[in-house]
Design a protein. Sequence first.
Length: 94
Amino acid sequence: MNDCLSLTELGRLYGVSSHVVGRWLKRLGLRTTDGRPSPEAFAQGYVSQRASRHPGTYFWIWHADKTTGILDGMRYPRAVLDPAVEGLSLIHIS
């Protein structure tokens, strides 16, 4: 697993959209109501801001181990790759 993941990549791990992961992080106090990472998320090392390829813009990436650790601790089910199907196919496990 990468050291840092986007919300989209986190969503793939759990078999949900980035929007769903964003809502989970809001419930945990790691995102504000407007969808930005909370000051607590930055202070506790859950998220960092990186410059994008486009000058003057940036994006947020989430620390993989810390973020999946808290999501796993909240019992959000992870998805697993289905080896019987080619490509990225996810199945939920409980």
